[in-house]
Design a protein around this ligand. Structure first.
Ligand SMILES: [Zn+2]
Ligand SMILES: [Zn+2]
Length: 243
């Protein structure tokens, strides 16, 4: 940003920039996304697995993973597939104007929440371990949850689901290895806050669903009535792409 741009920003504070390409836009409320970028966003529009929300092209109502495994969450949904430019943005959160970025991305999650008729009482973000927090400095799931809590008018509870053990990165592990890796990694405190309640569990990206499934199991063992999951994006397996 040049000195002149900085002065313009002070004089015209509504000079918003597209969170993806940085071009100037005339928006006064989120999402701060230009007309060109909104056209290439990887929205999930077609047929999805009724349980986990993965785009599928089979005749069945459920994906193979949901057919073969016990799912503790009632359903999971996301507005986007985890592809460029969403994936690029998630990687670059740290280097962007976070306030605009999170407001914008949470706006898409809010739309997804309304469209899918979620009925929840409170929001719980998937927590990071202390080790990861130290490296990153913040938890993306919590920042998205904060915005959603404001826009949906739901209480945000960050002292219920606690990560007690750091788990090694899971990117190279399959679903079963992830389940093993996660065992004993989350616990519930202040359980009176969730007894008989419908919980909205929020995370940034859903990959195999092992983490949210494990969190949902722990929440339900602590007597949460139902657990619904909302993530910003979700990956799509090669199998599902091929149909
Ligand atoms: Zn743009
Ligand atoms: Zn599924």
């Amino acid at each position: 940003m040049t000195f002149f741009d900085k002065i313009l920003d002070v004089i015209f504070p509504n000079n918003f920039k597209c969170i993806f390409c940085g071009c100037e836009i005339s928006a006064s409320c989120p999402p701060y996304v230009c007309d060109r970028c909104v056209k290439i966003l990887p929205f999930i529009n077609g047929k999805i697995c009724l349980r986990c929300g993965e785009p599928i092209s089979s005749l069945s109502d459920y994906c193979i993973k949901c057919k073969d495994n016990i799912r503790f969450f009632n359903f999971a949904r996301a507005p986007f597939v985890y592809e460029h430019p969403i994936s690029t943005l998630i990687h670059g959160f740290k280097y962007r104007n976070q306030k605009y970025t999170f407001e914008s991305l949470a706006k898409y999650m809010e739309e997804c929440y309304i469209k899918n008729d979620f009925q929840t009482d409170l929001i719980i973000p998937v927590p990071s371990s202390k080790k990861r927090l130290k490296v990153r400095g913040y938890n993306q799931a919590e920042l998205l949850s904060k915005q959603l809590s404001k826009s949906l008018g739901l209480e945000l509870e960050t002292d219920v689901l606690i990560k007690v053990r750091h788990t090694p990165p899971q990117t190279t592990l399959n679903y079963f290895e992830r389940q093993k890796n996660l065992f004993g990694s989350f616990t519930v405190e202040n359980r009176e806050k969730i007894i008989g309640k419908n919980v909205l569990l929020v995370d940034d990206v859903l990959t195999t669903g092992a983490t949210i499934n494990y969190c949902s199991e722990v929440l339900k063992l602590s007597k949460a009535k139902k657990v619904f999951v909302l993530t910003l994006a979700r990956t799509q397996s090669e199998l599902a792409k091929k149909g």
